[in-house]
Design a protein around this ligand. Structure first.
Ligand code: HEM
Length: 169
């Protein structure tokens, strides 16, 4: 199934306004992640109250970037490489993807509906995002030129931007 970018955007808009908005969504994301996948909890040093803001911002960038792949692909390569510092492994991605879709389901079903088509659309999109991050994390040296062209250091961070999960203007 092809990804439907408009449906992702509309669902994300609903995340920010329904059932307590983005904060409730983000806090529930980490609560459920740590309950269901306790093995990943020790990787996180930043408290969920802070961490969820970065996650929501990056999901926003990704959702609006699905139609601007020339920008989004280097952003995701850099993010995948940064995750090496956080000790993320390839095998963790399915857990985070499953958790995201499950929490979207809880959140968007509280006031409206989360249909099978929406679920499939998010699973497809998260699968692509994870694969693009993983391909760079598994061979970071191959991406050094691309990252440099977009202002990233070889470790995926940006000297010019302490918040690399936000897209530069
Ligand atoms: C599926 C795509 C994912 C997205 C969009 C995402 C997003 C983010 C963002 C925006 C940050 C903030 C720091 C930065 O941008 O460098 C971050 C940090 C982090 N992520 Fe992810 N992430 C993903 C997958 C994963 C996976 C699979 C794991 C494994 C458990 C993970 C674990 C972490 C950890 C441990 C941190 C650092 C937390 C800290 O500061 O203590 N992430 N992630």
């Amino acid at each position: 199934m092809a990804i439907n970018p408009d449906l992702l955007k509309e669902n994300f808009r609903r995340v920010t306004v329904e059932n307590g908005g983005a904060t409730a969504f983000g806090l529930r994301f980490y609560e459920r992640l740590f309950e269901k996948y306790p093995a990943v909890k020790p990787l996180f040093n930043t408290p969920p109250e802070e961490q969820h803001k970065k996650l929501i911002a990056s999901v926003g960038v990704i959702v609006s970037g699905v139609t601007k792949l020339d920008m989004l692909v280097p952003y995701l390569h850099a993010m995948g490489i940064r995750h090496l510092k956080y000790k993320t492994e390839t095998g963790h991605y399915p857990a985070v993807g499953e958790n995201l879709v499950a929490v979207l389901g809880e959140h968007l079903s509280a006031e409206g509906e989360f249909t099978e088509d929406m679920s499939a659309n998010w699973q497809e999109a998260i699968g692509v995002v994870a694969n693009v991050m993983i391909e760079a994390a598994e061979a970071p040296e191959k991406y050094a030129d691309e990252l440099a062209e977009h202002g990233y250091q070889p470790d995926g961070f940006k000297a010019s931007n302490p918040q690399p999960w936000l897209m530069d203007a």
